[in-house]
Design a protein around this ligand. Structure first.
Ligand code: AMP
Length: 219
């Protein structure tokens, strides 16, 4: 299942519900890259500056990383791709690998695009704060912690992703419009595609995605 959409539409949040519901893993290329950066791997060292600037990591690097993860044992019954593919090149790579690979049975691909307006995305991204200890996510505008800047669970100081600042947000949106919007159109044209309104409550978006999946799997 491909979860498509601009930064901040809620792909990661929705993926977590779908993981619990269907028992298949979430594969987030952003999370994989951040984990490489945290561990200081050669891949992480290459990707660090690029992530901080809001630009995209090279297709080759991301393709190899994503495909290696897709071939892990836990994906045999399916998996949720979150944040990949993000360029037409990556989409063509994925389509080609899926239809050619003998290592993975050809699971039918369904694509869900979550849609949220620009102003709402700006508030979601620039307001996002994360607890470095328990990973709880807050939003300074819509769901602030009780004490500003401190996690409600254990009082740790909340952090902001380096690419969630106002300046980098606009650059990430530009990258989305130029490079990822064509990927959405690619999967729309292929069919087995559904758009979901991401401005509803988190629960309502989950319900809409599940309904879309039922429709797409029977089509
Ligand atoms: P995300 O967590 O999905 O918002 O991704 C954070 C950052 O990781 C992006 O702004 C890119 O710099 C990088 N990234 C994640 N996925 C990809 C991808 N599929 N292709 C290129 N860069 C990516």
């Amino acid at each position: 299942m491909l979860l498509l959409g601009a930064p901040g539409v809620g792909k990661g949040t929705q993926a977590q519900f779908l993981v619990a519901e269907y028992g298949i893993p979430q594969i987030s290329t952003g999370d994989l890259l951040r984990s490489n950066i945290a561990k200081g791997t050669p891949l992480g060292l290459q990707a660090k500056e690029v992530l901080a600037s809001g630009q995209l990591v090279s297709d080759d690097l991301v393709n190899q990383m994503a495909w290696a993860r897709i071939l892990d044992d836990d994906t045999k019954r399916g998996y949720i791709l979150d944040g990949f593919p993000r360029t037409l090149n990556q989409a063509h790579f994925l389509d080609g690998q899926l239809s050619a690979s003998a290592l993975r049975p050809n699971l039918p691909v369904v694509a869900i695009s979550i849609v949220v307006g620009y102003d709402q995305l700006q508030r979601r991204i620039t307001g996002r704060r994360i607890c470095p200890v328990c990973k709880s996510i807050y939003n300074a505008y819509s769901s602030p912690s009780k004490v500003p800047g401190q996690c409600d669970v254990e009082g740790a100081e909340l952090t902001q992703r380096s690419d969630d600042t106002e300046a980098v947000f606009h650059d990430r949106m530009k990258v989305f419009e130029e490079q990822t919007a064509p990927v959405v159109e690619h999967y729309r044209a292929l069919g087995r595609f559904q758009e979901v309104d991401g401005e509803q409550s988190v629960e309502a978006v989950t319900v809409a995605i599940e309904a879309a999946l039922v429709r797409l799997r029977s089509s």
